[in-house]
Design a protein around this ligand. Structure first.
Ligand SMILES: C[S@@+](CC[C@H](N)C(=O)[O-])C[C@H]1O[C@@H](n2cnc3c(N)ncnc32)[C@H](O)[C@@H]1O
Length: 253
């Protein structure tokens, strides 16, 4: 059985495994991904932020810290994740349980409602990313910021390398230009993700009216690691693709 992202994070087993995987020294997201997301987001004081695939509210918590005039709306398809986020986040956070692919039509958001749209490690679960990027463009103010992270295309191209390769030291890039569904055995479950090439991520952004501001690949920084061998391990291949872009002003919504 292969689970979609939404099903995995809503299952007792999936959620348990996911939370356990976070509690290890030098965990990948906390060392290679979240620091870049936070740096790229910069000053969020009084900003209106939409977080797509907010999970347990980790980013929301950081954004609302000392920012009581900010507005934060987190969206996640997993009921369990939204419940966890509710417990973690301050009362002024808005949370909605809905799917990123079809949450837009029934929402009261006018166009140009948000200063920042952020999505950390959720968009590689999305089938129609072109449609979602169009919706993101609509809800952003002119010059508004869109920041997202996904598994790096080098990783999503071919998961076979992870099998029987516990330390994931090397990785075989294969079928790179054959985009679409990928099945991977992750945290004890077969799960469905989507592979897109670098070129496709950039084309989707450009064609939907975004200007690229910055790109990161989760390059390890020694000071963020407790152990030297974990740092050296992470120098071997890029785990994440993290892009910051801006809505081009003046485009019809
Ligand atoms: C890897 S977790 C990341 C959570 C959070 N953004 C973070 O970085 O801590 C991926 C999240 O995306 C959510 N997700 C996956 N597919 C989704 C979809 N189609 N619509 C809404 N949420 C989705 C999952 O429920 C899960 O909470």
């Amino acid at each position: 059985m292969v689970l979609k992202g939404t099903e995995f994070y809503n299952s007792e087993k999936g959620l348990h495994q996911y939370i356990e995987s976070k509690n290890v020294a030098d965990e990948a997201n906390s060392t290679l991904e979240k620091p870049y997301i936070m740096n790229l987001a910069g000053d969020v004081l009084q900003k209106r932020i939409l977080d797509l695939g907010c999970g347990d509210g980790e980013l929301g918590n950081r954004f609302l810290e000392n920012n009581s005039d900010g507005y934060y709306c987190g969206i996640d398809a997993s009921k369990k994740m939204v419940e966890m986020a509710r417990e973690k986040l301050p009362a002024n956070a808005t949370l909605k349980q809905c799917n990123i692919e079809d949450c837009w039509e029934n929402e009261p958001w006018s166009s140009k409602a948000f200063d920042i749209v952020i999505s950390s490690m959720a968009l590689h679960y999305i089938h129609d990313l072109n449609k979602v990027m169009g919706k993101i463009h609509r809800v952003l103010k002119d010059e508004g910021t869109f920041i997202f992270s996904v598994e790096h295309p080098v990783i999503t191209s071919n998961y076979e390398s992870s099998e029987g390769n516990e330390d994931h030291g090397s990785w075989l890039v294969d079928n790179y230009f054959t985009e679409g569904e990928r099945q991977t055995y992750w945290l004890g479950t077969n799960i469905l993700k989507y592979h897109r090439s670098l070129e496709t991520y950039f084309s989707l952004l450009i064609n939907n009216g975004f200007l690229i501001d910055d790109v990161k690949e989760g390059k390890p920084v020694r000071e963020r690691f407790m152990y030297e061998h974990n740092y050296e391990q992470r120098l071997k291949k890029p785990m994440y693709l993290i892009i910051k872009c801006k809505k081009k002003g003046g485009r019809a919504a």
